[in-house]
Ligand binder design. Structure first.
Ligand code: CA
Length: 242
């Protein structure tokens, strides 16, 4: 099946579940950050592992790919409940997330995801808003965004803007609100099952981009309307949708 045929199917799937199609003009595209704009997930996994080691928390190196999209506080709470049989206090969460962020930043600059700059540039060229919707509170990356993406992301939803992180729809709903755009006039791009679940539940046409070690079909199973394999494919898809 060509990408265009896959898209036509996906649009029908979306119309059936949302009760309306993707409405023209598309006014906003909501992008997740880690694993979409930056190839940063392996570095995050290493930083989580290091933080766990220092704090007597057992972990599996691969488990952090499964938590992708959750806020740092939610991930720390999950680790605490498993290891210590209690919730993490706000102070635990703050302290350990700060340490994890430090270990992440110490690894140097993460690579910009191949194809992501042209995807973002195509949205800007079309006159639609770009909105960042991330569970991250990683200051080092959030600061780099302006330079790497030509100030396209003035509108941002980060860990600090929501009560309930992904997979709750709140982050993507807040993103729509910040852009002043209805779900029908928006698209979402996310690489993680929890993120895709959040965007889909917010009623947005959801592009799942498989940039990491997930099995084929995992993002469709989480509720993506279409699953693609790279941000280069995303740029092609946007050329049909915008
Ligand atoms: Ca992600």
């Amino acid at each position: 099946m060509t990408l265009k045929e896959k898209l036509d199917q996906a649009l029908l799937h979306y119309a059936a579940r949302a009760g309306h199609g993707v409405q023209q003009p598309v006014r906003a595209v909501l992008f997740d950050m880690d694993g979409v704009l930056y190839d940063s997930m392996p570095g995050h996994a290493r930083a989580w592992q290091g933080m766990c080691r220092e704090n007597g928390i057992d972990c599996d190196p691969d488990e952090f790919f499964g938590y992708e999209g959750m806020t740092g506080a939610a991930t720390i709470d999950l680790l605490f409940r498993r290891q210590f049989g209690r919730a993490a206090t706000p102070d635990d969460a703050k302290r350990l997330y700060a340490r994890k962020s430090e270990l992440f930043a110490a690894q140097g600059t993460p690579i910009i995801m191949p194809g992501a700059q042209s995807a973002v540039a195509s949205v800007v060229a079309h006159g639609a808003r770009c909105v960042l919707v991330t569970g991250s509170g990683q200051g080092s990356l959030l600061t780099r965004l302006n330079g790497d993406y030509n100030d396209a992301f003035q509108l941002r939803v980060t860990a600090y803007d929501v009560t309930h992180g992904k997979p709750d729809p709140e982050p993507y709903l807040v993103g729509l609100q910040k852009a002043g755009v209805q779900a029908a006039h928006a698209l979402a791009v996310d690489n993680a099952p929890l993120g895709v679940q959040s965007a889909s539940a917010a009623g947005i046409f959801t592009i799942g981009v498989r940039t990491g070690p997930l099995p084929e079909g995992a993002l469709l199973a989480a509720g993506a309307d279409i699953e693609i394999n790279s941000m280069n494919e995303c740029t092609i898809l946007l050329s049909y949708l915008l």
